[in-house]
Structures are given as structure tokens and as C-alpha cells.
Design a protein around this ligand. Structure first.
Ligand SMILES: Cc1cc2nc3c(=O)[nH]c(=O)nc-3n(C[C@H](O)[C@H](O)[C@H](O)COP(=O)(O)OP(=O)(O)OC[C@H]3O[C@@H](n4cnc5c(N)ncnc54)[C@H](O)[C@@H]3O)c2cc1C
Length: 431
């Protein structure tokens, strides 16, 4: 596979200006260096989706360069609240090829970059051979080991770090990609530390860096504190406070389950009526939900949240919040006041703190030079293939925004890259 230096400055600028017009006027246009590293495949992001893609690319004979903005392994999981323990998450699937060892919790208490090699090979030691989740088996999401009470923010990064080391993946961090632009036959990836001219790019940048914080009138007048779930680090800082929790998903349930009994009061508000789901979310229901999200991204619409298609399942945090009586829901308020929130009928509620558990959006700003956004706000994706950019795969986006979806998307993306490199047509099913 090729790796070398390529001078692309002239081609890059020409394409930039002719293809873009308007793009050329934005501040996003990266300065193209006089020479850049030439490479086959760049994977952007080293979460579940990026690592899974790297694993399958490797199996297909490519040696991808994985660029990750974080200081260490773990993707979004390294940033989650220490109170989100393994027994509270609802199913984290193993990465392909190497399983997380359920019976060994030593890694979590140690340096995440420690020496220990924790995971057991799912393929009996032949890393890179047969995979534990080949897109048909569904992987494994139980956590029957001793890690149950340990923070996911320790357990998962330790596993990912171990995975990267054992497979010898070429992950470089911290490297934040600022732009991806087409330059002739190549996609030029521009980061704070360098530039690469790739034949194909797999984008796996997740959502964690883009918390969604809806605007409500009066937000600036509020004298209390507002925070997003992205910065939630447990109930201690809310002790004795009157807290309004906004949002209808599992993160709201997580906050409510922990604040009940610690905060002076909690009030839960959601935009639409929460759809509690008793259904065992089996394979058929999962496929139906995935198909609905898939339909949206194929049409170029913004992907829906998982809860909007699956309903709010009776996960451990939901059960705990319900048992504590913390899930008496009120409709969304109309505005924020100096001292709390007010509804359209004039009723109000005093609060010291508002927690926005309102989800995340896909972190795709660096793809702006490719001009892939549709009028519907999303990027048209078929399987993992960006419809308007043959060299680009999107994994962990829309229907593949779960650990199991990310595994399968990684395989689809790698297959598509191989087909693209060898002149075939892309596969259309990711999940
Ligand atoms: C609150 C919450 C709870 C969840 N709970 C579960 C659960 O219990 N089970 C489950 O299966 N799924 C859960 N999910 C979904 C879960 O996050 C995904 O399944 C999966 O872990 C995301 O993987 P990813 O690789 O797509 O993204 P991430 O894990 O976010 O990884 C993206 C990586 O890209 C890097 N990156 C971002 N931008 C750039 C850039 N410009 N340049 C370079 N690198 C960049 C980031 O540093 C990060 O390392 C949850 C999601 C949320 C928000």
C-alpha cells in the first residue's frame, strides 16, 4: 500500500476554487502545504466506529492512519461521568477481534496506557483473524464480570487502549482534524499537526464534542447555573439545589436517578411525551428502528436520536429513577426567567440549576469544505457511503451510532473502501 510524499498544492487550490466558489469565501478553506503525506486511508476518530473500521481495513490489507483528537483512548467513553458505571450502561458491545475480559477488572484501576494486556482474543489468540462481531452474530453486550460497579469511563478506555496496542493500530493523538477537502484524486486531511493526502477517508468523529443545547427565551437572564449532560460528573455538585432536568432520553434518566435524594428537588421536563418501552428490544425491533434512521440519512435528513425510534427502555437508570419517583414528567416550559422557568399558561417553577440532557449532534464541521450538507441538514449516506463523495465513509453516523452499529459500520466502510480502491460499487447496508 502506498505511503510517501505528494505535492498537491496546485491541484488542491484549483479544485478548491472551481468546485467551491462560495466555499472559497469561507474561513474553512485550509492552507495546503507545499507537500503532504500521501496515504491510502485515513480514519478520523478512534472511538468504537473508528477502531472497528481500522480493524476491518487491516483485514482487507490496508494500513490506515487513525487520527484522534483526544489525549488518550476511549472515544466518548473517556469523558463520561464517573458515576456512569458498567452496570448502568445499556449494552456496550465488544470491538471486533478482541473481547473485553469480563472477569478481569484490574485494568480500570491502572494507568490507561499501562502495560497489561487485558482482553482475551475472541479468535483464540489470532488477533486480526476471525472476528467476534462480523455483522451477523450481534456481538456481546453483557457485563457479567467484576467490572459492574466500575466507571465506564475507566473500563472502556482501558479496553480500547489495550485493543489498539495488541493490534498495533497506527493511532496518532492528539490530532484534531480541521478540514477534509478534495484535491483531484485525493482527499486532503488537514489537522493541527499535519496534512495527509488520502485516497479514502473514514470519518468516525462521533457526537460527544457537539452537545446540543436548545435555545429558550430568557436563557441569558437566568441567575442560576446551566450545564449540559456532557459536563455532568455526578450528583455531588447539585446537593441542596433545586434542579430542572431537560430531555427525554437515557441521559436525563441517569441524572434524575442520581440527583433524587441529593438535590433539594428535581423537576423533569421533556418536549414530547416520553414513550416508555417495555418491549424486549429484540433483533426484529432493532432492525426496524435502524431502518427508520437509515431512511432518514439516505434522504439527507439529520439523524434522529435513538430514543425517538426505540422509546425509553427500562434500563437500570430508568428503573432507579422511577423507583425514586423522579420521573414525573412536565411538558417543556416556554421560557426561562431570572429565577426559574415558566410555562405558556403562566405557571412557573423556581430553580437554581438547569441541566440540559438534550443530546448531541454529529461532529462533522471539518467536512464542510466537501459541501455535503443537504437542504434537510444532514449528509446523504447509503450504508456508510457518502453519496456525494465516493472517497468518504461515515461510520457511527445515524443508524450506526451505537457500539454494535459502529462495529458493523466499520466492516461495511472497509468493504466500501476496498471496492472504491479497486473500482467496484459500494455496499449499502451498515447496521
Ligand atoms: C450519553 C450517551 C450514552 C450512551 N450509552 C451507550 C450505551 O450504553 N451503549 C451503546 O452501545 N452506545 C451508547 N451510546 C452511543 C455511543 O456513544 C456510541 O455507541 C459509540 O460509543 C460512539 O462511538 P463513535 O466511535 O461513533 O464515537 P466516539 O466514541 O465519540 O469517538 C469519536 C472519536 O473521534 C474523535 N474526534 C472527534 N472529532 C475529531 C476531529 N475533528 N479530529 C480528530 N478526532 C476527532 C474524538 O476525540 C473521539 O475519540 C451513548 C451515547 C451517549 C451520548
Amino acid at each position: 500500500m502506498s505511503a510517501g510524499r505528494l505535492v498537491v498544492v496546485v491541484a488542491a487550490r484549483a479544485v478548491w476554487q472551481t468546485a467551491a466558489g462560495a466555499v472559497g469565501k469561507t474561513a474553512r478553506a485550509p492552507a495546503v502545504h507545499s507537500d503532504v503525506d500521501e496515504i491510502d486511508v485515513v480514519v478520523i476518530g478512534a472511538g468504537q466506529a473508528g477502531l472497528s473500521s481500522a480493524y476491518y481495513l487491516r483485514r482487507f490489507g490496508y494500513e490506515p492512519l487513525v487520527l484522534d483528537a483526544a489525549d488518550g483512548p476511549g472515544g466518548a467513553w473517556r469523558h463520561r461521568s464517573p458515576t456512569l458505571t458498567m452496570d448502568k450502561v445499556h449494552g456496550i458491545f465488544d470491538l471486533p477481534g478482541i473481547r473485553r475480559d469480563l472477569n478481569d477488572d484490574r485494568s480500570g484501576g491502572r494507568d490507561l496506557d499501562g502495560e497489561r494486556s487485558g482482553g482475551r482474543d475472541s479468535d483464540g489468540g489470532r488477533s486480526g483473524g476471525r472476528d467476534s462481531d462480523d455483522g451477523r452474530s450481534g456481538g456481546r453486550d453483557s457485563d457479567g464480570g467484576r467490572s459492574g460497579g466500575r466507571p465506564a469511563a475507566e473500563v472502556v478506555p482501558a479496553y480500547y487502549g489495550d485493543y489498539e496496542r495488541r493490534l498495533g493500530l497506527r493511532v496518532v493523538r492528539p490530532v484534531k482534524v480541521a478540514a477534509v477537502a478534495r484535491a483531484g484524486e485525493r482527499l486532503v486531511v488537514t489537522a493541527d499537526t499535519g496534512q495527509w493526502a488520502a485516497r479514502a477517508v473514514v470519518n468516525a468523529t462521533g457526537t460527544w464534542t457537539r452537545p446540543y443545547w436548545p435555545y429558550y427565551p430568557g436563557a441569558r437572564d437566568f441567575r442560576g447555573r446551566q450545564s449540559h449532560y456532557a459536563t455532568y460528573r455526578g450528583p455531588a455538585e447539585f446537593a441542596g439545589r433545586r434542579v430542572v432536568v431537560v430531555g427525554g432520553g437515557h441521559s436525563a434518566a441517569h441524572v434524575l436517578s442520581e440527583l433524587a435524594g441529593v438535590a433539594a428537588s428535581t423537576l423533569w421536563v421533556t418536549r414530547s411525551l416520553p414513550a416508555f418501552s417495555d418491549a424486549d428490544f429484540g433483533e426484529q425491533a432493532r432492525r426496524a428502528a435502524v431502518a427508520r434512521v437509515e431512511e432518514r440519512v439516505r434522504a439527507g435528513l439529520v439523524p434522529q436520536s435513538v430514543v425517538s425510534v426505540t422509546g425509553l427502555g427500562h434500563t437500570p437508570v430508568v428503573r432507579e429513577a422511577l423507583a425514586k419517583g423522579a420521573m414525573e414528567r412536565l411538558p417543556m416550559f416556554e421560557r426561562i426567567t431570572e429565577y426559574g422557568v415558566r410555562w405558556a399558561d403562566g405557571s412557573s417553577h423556581e430553580a437554581d440549576t438547569i441541566v440540559w440532557a438534550t443530546g448531541f449532534r454529529s461532529a462533522l464541521d471539518h467536512l464542510a469544505p466537501l459541501r455535503l450538507r443537504e437542504p434537510g441538514g444532514g449528509i446523504k449516506v447509503d450504508g456508510t457511503q457518502a453519496v456525494r463523495e465516493p472517497g468518504l465513509q461515515l461510520v457511527g453516523y445515524g443508524p450506526s451510532a451505537s457500539t454494535i452499529g459502529a462495529n458493523r459500520a466499520g466492516r461495511t466502510a472497509a468493504e466500501n473502501v476496498r471496492r472504491f480502491m479497486t473500482g467496484g460499487s459500494p455496499a449499502s447496508t451498515a447496521a
